[in-house]
Design a protein around this ligand. Structure first.
Ligand code: SF4
Length: 258
């Protein structure tokens, strides 16, 4: 059976279950663009990998669990181009995600939010004056989009990655990256982020999220026995110390223009 049909069958099954369980909010709505084909399935996966690096989808692809689906073409035949296809798509989605991160940082700073970190000033400069990723504007030609994405991501020290795991932004500069000791990689290992790296940027929002995560760990620790609870409390303390450091060192647009 073609992957497209399998996806559509899955949507029908999920909707029947949602209705049977009395959960109308969980129903998958009809698709305004027609059936959910394999091309869009791959793009959706690429979107998740780019925005949740190290997440379940990324790992499933890395370890081959999704290979069967991705090796097939639209009609269900096995092809060789589609595996390369997912990697090219991930490049484009990653470039889009980094452009979004830069635009978001610029907007937050303009709106008065404070930022901190050793790469904060460089990141602001990049976000306000760096070249834009034009891939989103190139409509039909995916190959061209991919070339632009590779070029955009190759700017060492000029690409801003959101790192939701570590609650920070990473302005990746190879020779400063603590997650890549060999200095060979052209992208950060966001799931192996190391505290104290010179590529770090934090906003007030990150500080608030660090405290939220710390409170969550402390609540969990209160229900767990000795050493496990102690470990969670230590982690919570670390998160709070990073948030406090942000508060001590943050600067705002108002301060820089005063
Ligand atoms: S250690 Fe963290 S901040 Fe530094 S380059 Fe790696 S992911 Fe980015």
């Amino acid at each position: 059976m073609a992957v497209r049909e399998r996806i559509e069958e899955f949507v029908a099954w999920a909707n029947d279950e949602a209705t049977a369980q009395g959960l109308p909010g969980e129903v998958i709505p009809p698709d305004a663009y027609g059936g959910f084909g394999l091309a869009r399935f791959r793009r959706t996966l690429a979107w998740h990998i780019a925005r949740r690096p190290g997440g379940l989808v990324a790992l499933a692809i890395q370890y081959g669990h999704l290979r069967t689906a991705l090796d097939r073409d639209e009609s269900g035949r096995y092809g060789s181009r589609s595996r390369r296809g997912i990697h090219d798509l991930v490049d484009v989605e990653t470039a889009l995600a980094t452009a979004d991160a830069a635009a978001d940082l610029h907007e937050r700073f303009q709106d008065g939010e404070g930022i901190s970190g050793p790469a904060a000033r460089r990141a602001l400069l990049e976000a306000s004056t760096g070249p834009l990723f034009r891939g989103a504007l190139v409509k039909a030609d995916f190959a061209r989009k991919h070339v632009l994405a590779r070029r955009h991501l190759a700017r060492d020290g000029g690409v801003l990655y959101d790192n939701p795991h570590a609650l920070l932004l990473c302005l990746y500069k190879r020779d400063r990256a603590l997650c890549e000791q060999d200095g060979q990689h052209d992208a950060p290992s966001l799931d192996r982020c190391v505290a104290g790296c010179g590529n770090t940027v934090r906003t007030d929002q990150h500080a608030a999220l660090l405290r939220e995560r710390a409170s969550h760990l402390e609540r969990k620790a209160a229900r767990l026995p000795g050493p496990i609870g102690d470990r969670l409390r230590r982690n919570a303390g670390k998160l709070r110390s990073w948030a406090d450091e942000h508060d001590r060192t943050r600067f705002t647009r108002q301060e820089t223009t005063a």
